[in-house]
Write a protein that binds this ligand. Structure first.
Ligand code: G3H
Ligand code: 13P
Ligand code: ZN
Length: 335
């Protein structure tokens, strides 16, 4: 069994100064592709499910698909992570399903739209820590709100994570990982003209909380060859733009240990399926378009694993259970 708490992967990444990709999954082909990439590159991996993904799969299917990945790949350390949990209840449900890690996104209210106050974020994060830590489950929180620097929600730096607050928040909550807002956003349309990110802020935050893993959400690069391929085969993704991999690589030395990627995978799948439909309109067996899609995603993720420095590290990691983590938290005064 190589199902491990996410904290173990983050700690190992800190030791080796690399980042681990956290790839969103919704179905069997995505999970298989990510695991094939992890095998090909010998990488530890975080497979994460959003609330939407869990609902889409009726919870139980995704749980079993993720556990199938663990069973089939005993030599790859895998963390099962809840992406953007919006309440203590959601996190509890994920933990009951067997997730070894949860994110409580207390930066937004339960509607996942309205920003919370710092105190509200602190309260809900503390409630999740209180529940998850005695179980050895990793907790990721978020400070600041995702969004483009130029997109005018509030003004100037209002979205961005404040380093003073980050220090205070980590001191109070002792979270395992903190998602920081530095100008990235979810989806394929992150910037209007050119990428604009507050990369220096990562270094500033890392100086204040050097022992806390930082997380970059909204880290898809939206590769232009994929945009072009989607559009060539009948799609419509005008002006899609993402975060250059070089920007992500530049902040890995400043404590970024988890890099969230969903959109690029969706695009790789969509482009491959569109190509089959246009070039072979007679095909109707789902395997004939899902197989190329799965292969395209495998190649995309394998490249991410090489670019993030995750490749080659799977064999170095001595698996730990949630019980081991409980001991770890006790030893370091975190429980
Ligand atoms: O958080 C954003 C991820 O890309 C998940 O997206 O909520 O559409 O599954 P989703
Ligand atoms: P992208 O939309 O950039 O892939 O980000 C995914 C993400 O942050 C999931 O939490
Ligand atoms: Zn996210």
């Amino acid at each position: 069994m190589a199902l491990v708490p996410m904290r173990l992967l983050l700690d190992e990444a800190a030791k080796g100064n690399y980042a681990v990709g956290a790839y969103n999954v919704n179905n069997m082909e995505q999970i298989q592709a990510i695991m094939a990439a992890a095998q090909e590159t010998r990488s530890p991996v975080i497979i994460q499910a959003s609330r939407g993904a869990l609902k889409y799969s009726n919870f139980i299917y995704l749980r079993h698909l993720m556990l199938a990945a663990v069973e089939e790949n005993p030599d790859i350390p895998i963390a099962m992570h809840l992406d953007h949990g919006n309440s203590l209840e959601t996190c509890k449900k994920a933990i009951e399903l067997g997730f070894t890690s949860v994110m409580i996104d207390g930066s937004l209210k339960e509607d996942s739209k309205t920003p919370t106050t710092y105190e509200e974020n602190l309260d809900v994060t503390l409630s999740v820590i209180e529940y998850a830590r005695p179980l050895g489950v990793t907790v990721e929180a978020e400070l600041g709100t995702l969004g483009g620097i130029e997109d005018g929600v509030g003004s100037g730096k209002v979205h961005l994570t404040d380093p003073d607050q980050a220090e205070e928040f980590v001191e109070e909550t002792k979270v395992d990982a903190l998602a920081v807002a530095i100008g990235t956003s979810h989806g394929a349309y992150k910037f209007k003209s050119e990428p604009k990110l507050a990369l220096d802020l990562v270094r500033e935050i890392h100086q204040r909380i050097p022992y806390t893993a930082l997380v970059m959400h909204g880290s898809s690069s939206v590769p232009q060859d994929l945009v072009e391929k989607v559009n060539r085969y009948g799609g419509k993704m005008p002006n899609a733009m993402g975060v250059p991999m070089s920007a992500i690589q530049s902040v890995i030395p400043y404590g970024v240990r988890k890099v969230n990627i969903d959109t690029d995978g969706r695009m790789a799948i969509t482009a491959a399926i569109r190509k089959v439909f246009v070039e072979n309109p007679e095909k109707f067996d789902p395997r004939q378009y899902l197989e190329p899609a799965r292969e395209a995603l495998t190649q995309l993720v394998a490249q991410k694993m090489r670019d993030l420095g995750t490749a080659g590290h799977a064999g170095e990691i001595m698996p730990k259970t949630l019980d081991d983590m409980i001991e770890y938290y006790k030893k370091y005064g975190l429980l």
